[in-house]
Design a binder for this molecule. Sequence first.
Ligand code: NDP
Length: 386
Amino acid sequence: MAKVLCVLYPDPVDGYPPAYARDDIPSVTFYADGQTAPTPTGPLGFRPGELVGCVSGELGLRSYLEQAGHELIVTSDKDGPGSEFERLLPEAEVVISQPFWPAYLTADRIAKAKNLKLALTAGIGSDHVDLAAAARAHITVAEVTGSNSISVAEHVVMMALSLVRNYLPAHQTAVEGGWNIADCVSRSYDIEGMHFGTIGAGRIGLAVLRRLKPFGLHLHYTQRHRLDSTIESELNLTFHPDVLSLVKSVDIVNLQVPLYPSTENLLNESTFAQMKQGTYLINCARGKLVEREAVVQALQSGHIAGYAGDVWFPQPAPADHPWRTMPFNGMTPHMSGTSLSAQARYAAGTLEILQSYFEGTRIREEYLIVDGGELAGTGAHSYQLS
Ligand code: NDP
C-alpha cells in the first residue's frame, strides 16, 4: 500500500462545490503537435467541467487509489516546518502538487522524503521541485505535458489585448459609475500593426503566435533552436538570435520559457533599459524569470507601459508583494493553466500517470521530467540542472 500525498489549492471561500456557469465543456482529444490528450483506463472519478483542482475536488483520484488499496491524503497546508505536508512527507511514496499552489520540494525536503519515488505535477512546470536533488535521489518527476498549453496561450492573448487597450482601468470606471471617456482612452491603443515577440516559442509560445496572427501584428521570437522554416513562413516570423535583439525590436514582450537556474532573472534592470519606451510585458511562465524590483521601477518610471501575468514568487504571493499594487499591472493569481477546461485534462493525466506507475507500465515519455537519475523525456528538452 502506498501513501499518496496530494497538495491542492484551498476550496472556494463560499464552499464546495461552486455554482457552475455551464453544464459541460468541449472535449479535446488531440493537441496541436499531434500528442493525444490523457488516456487513463476506467472511470475518471469526476465529471469534466467540475472543479477538481481544489482540496475537496481531490483531482477525482480517491476512488481509483482506494480501490487499488492505496491511501490518499489531500491537503493545502504546505508551507513551513509545522505544515501537514512536511509532517507527512517522510512517509509518502508519491507526492502530487500543482504549480498554482506549489508544494516546494527543496533539496532539504527531498532529503527528508526517504520513501518518495514519484513527484507528480498536476499541470505543467516542475520548477517547484529541485530537479537536481530529485535526480540524485532517483525520484521520478513527471507532469501532464500539453494539458493546459492552450489555456495559458488564451490567457496571454487576453492580457496583451487588455493591457494595450487599457481594458481593466476602463472597466473599473464603468463599475464605479463613471463615464470619463478621455480617462479611459488616454492610454488605449490598437494592437494592430504592433510588433509582438515571444521569448520561447514552444507549446505555449507558438500557440500564442498562431492566435495573434489574425490581429495583424508583426510576430517575432527567440529561443535556442529555430523553428521549422515552414512555420516561420506560415506566420511570417522574425527570428532573433538572443533576448536582447528581440526586446529592442518589439512593442509587446511575452515570456514563455521554463524556469531553471540560468533563466532566473532573465529579464532584469539592464534588459528593461534596452526595451523601447512604452513596452508591454506579459509573463505567464514563472515569476522568477523577472527581477522583482526592476519591473516595479520600470513601471513607476513609465519606461514599461504595462505588466500582466499570473506567476509570482513565492506562491501564494504575500499580501504586500509589490506586483499586487505596482502601476499599470494586470496581474491575476496563478490561474491561467487551471481553468475548469484545463483541470479536466490535467486530472485525467494525473490518473494516467498514477495508473502507469502502480500498474508497472512505462509513463509516457512526454510526461517525464526526471527519471533514472537524470533529466528525461520532456525534461531533457525543457530543463537544465544548472
Ligand atoms: P515548452 O518546453 O514547450 O517550450 C519552452 C520553450 O522555451 C522551448 O521552445 C525552448 O526552446 C525555449 N527555451 C528554453 N530555454 C530557453 C532559453 N534559455 N532561452 C530562450 N528560449 C528558451 O514549454 P511550454 O510552452 O509548455 O511551457 C513554457 C513554460 O510555461 C513552462 O515551463 C511553465 O513554466 C510555464 N507554464 C505556465 C502555466 C501557467 O499556468 N501560467 C501553465 C503551463 C506552463 P529551445 O530549447 O529551442 O530554447
